[in-house]
Design a binder for this molecule. Structure first.
Ligand code: TYM
Length: 378
C-alpha cells in the first residue's frame, strides 16, 4: 500500500517536471526567436523589458482621409512596425478625426478598410499590437470633452495645423477642426501612453497633449505620463508637385505616392515631379531634388542617393536618370506590400479590428472610470 502511494506520487512528480520542462522550453524558444528577429539596437531594450519591467505603452493614429502615402510610411508607419518589438503598441485608425474635413460616406468606409489592410500589409502584427477603429471605443470622445473643459482657447488658436487647414477648407471651418488637438490628446492619454511615434507635423499637437496632461496632474493628482514623440530621420517628406509643402493626402493624387500605387502610377508620378525651382538658384540643392535624393536614401538605396548627391554637387546630374532610379527603387520596395495587401480579405481585417476594439476598450474603460473618479464624477 505504502509502496503504491509512493509510485503514484513519484509518477505525478515526473509528469509535473515534464510539463514544466515543456513550458520553460516554449518560453525560451519564443524569447530567442523574437530576439533573433530584432535589430541589434533593440536587443538590449527587449531583454531589459522582458526581465526587469513591463514594456512602455505607446499610442499612435492615422486618419482615413485617403490612401496612406510614402510620407506617412517614412515619417511614422515604418517606425510603428519596428516599435512593436520594444513597446506595448496601441494603433488606431482615427475615423472621428477624418470627419473634420468633408468626406463622402462610401469613401470613408472604403478608406478605413483599405487603411487597416495596408497597416497589416506593412507588418503591423495583431498578435503583438492592438489595432482598432477610434469610433469603436467611445471613451475617446468622452475624454475629449473632459479635456475641452481644461484647454485654454488661446492654446488651440496657436495650432499651425488648424490655421493651415482653415485656409485650405475655407467653406468648412468647423468646431471639430478647431478642437482636433483635444481629441488627439484624449486618444493618447486615454491609454496613459508614454511614447507617440509621429511625423514632424504632429509635434505641436503632442506638445499640447503634454500641456493638458500637466494641467490635469496639477489640478487633480498625478495620473498621466507626459508622452514623448518618437521621430524618424524622415520626419517630413515633401510633396512631389510642390516641394515647399509636406506630402499630404489632401494636396491631390499626383502630389504623393500611395503605398498601393501600381508600378505604372509610381513611374508616371515620379517622372513628373518638380525638380528645379526658383530656390535652386541660391546655390543650395533645390527642395525637389533633395526630396528625390532623400527618398532613395530612406528606401534603402543609399549608394544611389550618395551618387546622385555627388553628381548634383559637380553639376553633372541628369534628372531623368535620378527620377528613373527613384521610381525603380520605390517599385521594388512597395511590391511586396501590395502583394500582402491583396492577400487580406475584408472578413479577416474586420475580425482583427473587432478584436482590437475589445482589447482597447478594456484599457479605455478602466482608465476613464479612474479619471472620472479623480475629477469627482460619480
Ligand atoms: P495623419 O493621418 O495626417 O498622418 C499619419 C502619420 O504620418 C505622419 N506624416 C508624415 N510624416 C512625414 N512626412 C510627411 N509628409 C507626413 N505626412 C504625414 C504624421 O505626422 C502622422 O504621424 N493627427 C494625426 C492623427 C492622430 C494621432 C493621434 C497621431 C490622431 N490622434 C494620436 C498620434 C497620436 C494625423 O493627422 O496624422
Amino acid at each position: 500500500m505504502i509502496c503504491e502511494k509512493y509510485v503514484f506520487n513519484w509518477q505525478g512528480a515526473v509528469l509535473l517536471k515534464n510539463i514544466l520542462l515543456i513550458f520553460s522550453n516554449i518560453l525560451l524558444y519564443t524569447f530567442f526567436m523574437n530576439l533573433s528577429r530584432l535589430p541589434k539596437k533593440d536587443t538590449i531594450i527587449y531583454i531589459a523589458n522582458n526581465f526587469m519591467e513591463k514594456q512602455p505603452i505607446l499610442f499612435s493614429g492615422i486618419k482615413p482621409t485617403g490612401r496612406p502615402h510614402i510620407g506617412n510610411y517614412l515619417g511614422a508607419l515604418k517606425n510603428w512596425v519596428e516599435l512593436q518589438h520594444t513597446h506595448n503598441c496601441i494603433y488606431s485608425i482615427v475615423d472621428y478625426h477624418a470627419l473634420t474635413i468633408e468626406i463622402k460616406p462610401v469613401e470613408l468606409t472604403a478608406n478605413i478598410l483599405a487603411l487597416a489592410k495596408t497597416l497589416l500589409a506593412i507588418g503591423i502584427d495583431p498578435k503583438k499590437s492592438t489595432l482598432f477603429i477610434q469610433s469603436h471605443v467611445p471613451e475617446h470622445t468622452e475624454l475629449a470633452w473632459i479635456f475641452n473643459c481644461m484647454t485654454p482657447v488661446a492654446e488651440m488658436e496657436r495650432m499651425t495645423q488648424y490655421k493651415d487647414k482653415a485656409k485650405q477648407h475655407k467653406k468648412n471651418i468647423n468646431m471639430g477642426l478647431f478642437d482636433y488637438p483635444a481629441l488627439m490628446a484624449a486618444d493618447i492619454l486615454l491609454y496613459r501612453a508614454e511614447a507617440v511615434p509621429v511625423g514632424e507635423d504632429q509635434l505641436q499637437h503632442l506638445e499640447l497633449t503634454r500641456i493638458i496632461a500637466k494641467k490635469f496632474n496639477n489640478r487633480y493628482e498625478k495620473y498621466f505620463e507626459e508622452p514623448q514623440a518618437i521621430i524618424t530621420k524622415a520626419k517630413r517628406i515633401m510633396s512631389l508637385t510642390d516641394p515647399a509643402k509636406k506630402m499630404s493626402k489632401e494636396l491631390g493624387e499626383s502630389s504623393y505616392i500611395s503605398l498601393l500605387d501600381s508600378p505604372e502610377q509610381i513611374r508616371k508620378k515620379i517622372m513628373k515631379t518638380v525638380t528645379e525651382t526658383s530656390t535652386s538658384k541660391t546655390g543650395n540643392m533645390s527642395p525637389g531634388v533633395l526630396n528625390l535624393i532623400e527618398l532613395l536614401n530612406h528606401f534603402d538605396n543609399q549608394k544611389a542617393s550618395q551618387e546622385y548627391a555627388n553628381q548634383y554637387n559637380k553639376g553633372v546630374i541628369k534628372y531623368a536618370e535620378l527620377k528613373t532610379a527613384v521610381a525603380d527603387t520605390l517599385i521594388t520596395y512597395l511590391k511586396p506590400i501590395a502583394e500582402k495587401y491583396n492577400d487580406i480579405s475584408d472578413i479577416e481585417v474586420k475580425n482583427i479590428l473587432r478584436d482590437g476594439a475589445v482589447e482597447a476598450k478594456d484599457i479605455a474603460q478602466k482608465n476613464l472610470k479612474e479619471i472620472k473618479n479623480i475629477i469627482g464624477l460619480i
